[in-house]
Write a protein that binds this ligand. Sequence first.
Ligand code: PMP
Length: 481
Amino acid sequence: MLYNIVGLNLLYKVYLSRTGVSGCSGMLRRSGLSLGQYFLRRKNRAGFSWYFSKTKMSRLVQARRLEGIDKNVWLEFVKLAATYPSVNLGQGFPDFPPPDFVKEAFMKAIGGGNIMLHQYTRAFGHPALVTILARFFGKLLGQELDPLTNVLVTVGAYEALFCCFQALVDEGDEVIIIEPFFDCYEPMVKMAGGTSVFVQLRPKAAETGKLMSSGDWQLDPAELASRFTERTKAIVLNSPNNPLGKVFTREEMEFIADLCVKHDVLCFSDEVYEWLVYDGKEHIRIASLPGMWDRTITIGSAGKTFSTTGWKVGWTLGPDHLLKHLRTVHQNSVYHCPTAAQEALAQAFQREFDSYGKPDSYFVQLSQELQQKRDWLVRSLVAGGMKPIVPEGTYFLMADFSEFKSEVPDVPDSDEPYDSRFIKWMIINKGLVAIPVSAFYSTPHKRNFDHLIRFCFAKEEATLKAAEDILQQWSLEKTGQ
Ligand code: PMP
């Protein structure tokens, strides 16, 4: 009782001092109203709700593992792209439709007679999809894959990555990340309680008279080896790499694999751009190298594979002794992925399995088309005065915009990297959207790469033409013609 009275008094005092209604105490006395009656009579009840919301918020509400990772480049730049009329070469998604056989398979899944395709399916992957994924990738990895234990279907590659870190990285573990890197790796390591250890791909000069290629960016073997310690639990490998477009060579992969075996380290191999490889380059699957199957989780995405990023279906492939832990994370978080999309993708993969390597294979056609789009964007950027780094894979390229620095003055003490401010200016003034490359670097290294921006070229001809026009006009304005 005493506790209640003291509490109410305190509450009353805090309320009066914060809301400026302290003058009302005299008024209350004069009117003979009790405190309760006073609040009940007030139409505006903000007083109490203010008090309770403030008390709720006065402690640290978010888990510590979220500290410092609340900012996100995608939220910011996707919003800007939507706010200003612009040509969007920013976020990585095709603005052309998926192939007809994929759309038809989806429509059949939802409109066909099998009503069970509207209901839950197997938690770790729809039977038809895991069966064909096991057949398809078993062949490529040189492994007999069991659909039930070596394949896990996830909500996009994002969830696949999340499951890897949550299931296999512990407090105090170190995870090696190769820069530039797909930006979610670092926060995912942090949320798992681990520490990211970075190693950079370093550019060497391009051959004379040639544009720089993503292949000119390489790891220093000694530097990479020095990052492996007894605390290293895993390395994240992303080939072809977003944002650079580098396709790691067999020799580079073998070097990484040898280090993994030597130090008993896991490899999370993010291969979502596996089919987007150009100029006859070969995509090597690190899990197929000696000693690697048992320690590698291979990650794929239907979004990138069939131009269906909105379907959010991804997968992991790996040995049961690793995947069983990912299944634990999946079953206690997501549990189940959309059935109809999985059914449609099973049909799509079956078609690709039958036409593997043949001219009518979508994977073959997509990479041919994208190579042409890449070359178009490269030409437009060169003509406009930027220096593109020609990617060997993915649907991204990085370009050096140093020549344009006079357009947007630098603010040396700003927390915001220069490339980010430059792109904001470019969106508003030129109507062209890109993504700052500094977003793909750890905080200490961002400034060294803030003369680069990333463009996505998985775009319709009309979009690429509009970008070309903007760059051409800009270049004319710059040269005063
Ligand atoms: N890894 C990389 C390298 C990516 O670029 C992306 C998507 N941009 C993902 C994973 C996530 O893929 P999904 O859309 O299938 O979740």
